[in-house]
Design a binder for this molecule. Structure first.
Ligand SMILES: Cc1cc2nc3c(=O)[nH]c(=O)nc-3n(C[C@H](O)[C@H](O)[C@H](O)COP(=O)(O)OP(=O)(O)OC[C@H]3O[C@@H](n4cnc5c(N)ncnc54)[C@H](O)[C@@H]3O)c2cc1C
Length: 311
């Protein structure tokens, strides 16, 4: 069984290789949209790396990149295609799925191959449940079209270099109707995914200036600050937010300050090792998910917490 892996994210690419190994793939190939050097790097982890020169395509555009990926897939005909479950990866998978007429499934955390085909575990209902899904039947009889699974970051150990695979360039003739004029990087919220400590401010924080209190606490704990969606999407206090539709996090310590604990937020923090919260409403749903909870006014509790931690 050939398993092809693709991710624009290097760490996630290595995680996909481990997932492919765990699927007992007899051949692991990689799809690269980048330079020859990128493909040579990928070939250190896989039996063969196919690449489309990204200079032909320009900046990431879902339709064009999916077209390139489609050409690579057609060149090798893997039975399973594992795509890194980033925003970009999920978008590519959806387009590819339509092109190939094959199912694709997102939010995957575990995979296995049985006589029934490819079986995956994926988050359902915003992360409150785990669904076991069979991704199409007859995995081995319909060789030309792979089953597509978008694997979530952080569920497999990144693979080490172990191969010296060959590299093959795939030529594509992709015409784009979109011209990217400028790309701006998000300047804040950086590091949330990998932080060991994340202190999240919620709507309980009344004014933007009060975020300094949360920043001070985060600094003492050696962590970074995140916010809930309303603080970012509605109030524009931060460029991004923590949660299902924002950035899912998995720190050793999550501290939620004035966060109510709605399901869309909780879905993005449930992989935190320790959850500690401060909320003045004893009925706030966040307490159901907390290891430690303080019922109280954040404007009294947080300064005390800072004082205690300082001493
Ligand atoms: C499709 C969709 C996707 C979404 N995705 C996300 C997501 O990814 N991430 C996300 O965060 N949200 C998301 N949301 C929004 C989500 O439903 C909630 O609205 C949001 O999480 C609530 O944010 P909050 O807890 O900051 O605010 P609130 O729900 O208003 O809670 C504020 C809390 O602060 C407490 N509080 C008030 N004053 C104090 C005080 N002085 N001291 C202590 N506590 C105090 C209150 O008791 C309350 O519990 C999504 C919504 C939708 C529809």
């Amino acid at each position: 069984m050939e398993v092809m892996v693709y991710s624009e994210n290097e760490k996630l690419f290595k995680e996909l290789v481990t997932a492919a190994v765990q699927l007992n793939a007899s051949k692991i190939t990689s799809a690269v949209i980048g330079s020859k050097e990128d493909a040579e790097k990928a070939a250190k982890y896989t039996d063969k790396a196919f690449f489309v020169d990204s200079s032909q395509l320009g900046e990431y555009k879902p339709k064009e990149y999916a077209e390139a990926l489609h050409s690579i897939v057609k060149a090798s005909d893997p039975q399973v295609l594992l795509i890194g479950g980033t925003h970009k990866g999920n978008a590519l998978a959806a387009i590819l799925s339509v092109k190939l007429g094959e199912p694709s499934v997102t939010e995957v955390s575990e995979l296995k191959v049985t006589e029934e085909g490819l079986i995956v575990l994926r988050s359902a209902f915003g992360g409150v449940a785990v669904a076991e899904v069979r991704v199409g039947r007859k995995l081995f009889t319909k060789v030309a079209s792979p089953k597509i699974a978008c694997v979530k970051p952080g569920f497999f150990t990144p693979a080490e270099e172990s191969k010296n695979g060959e590299v093959e360039k795939i030529n594509v003739d992709v015409k784009s109707s979109i011209e990217v004029l400028e790309v701006k990087k998000k300047e804040a919220g950086v590091g949330l995914e990998d932080a060991d400590v994340v202190v999240v401010a919620g709507r309980g924080v009344r004014k933007k200036e009060d975020l300094s209190l949360i920043e001070e606490l985060a600094k003492i704990l050696g962590g970074v600050v995140g916010v809930t969606r309303p603080l970012s999407a509605d109030l524009h206090w931060a460029p991004t937010w923590v949660g299902m539709s924002g950035i899912p996090i998995k720190p050793k310590l999550y501290v939620g300050i004035g966060v109510s604990g709605q399901i869309q937020h909780v879905a993005g923090i449930r992989n935190s090792k320790i959850i500690m919260v401060v909320n003045n409403d004893p009925k706030a749903p966040i307490f159901e998910h907390a290891d430690y909870g303080v019922i109280g006014d954040l404007y009294q509790v947080v300064p005390k917490l800072i004082e205690m931690l300082k001493s």
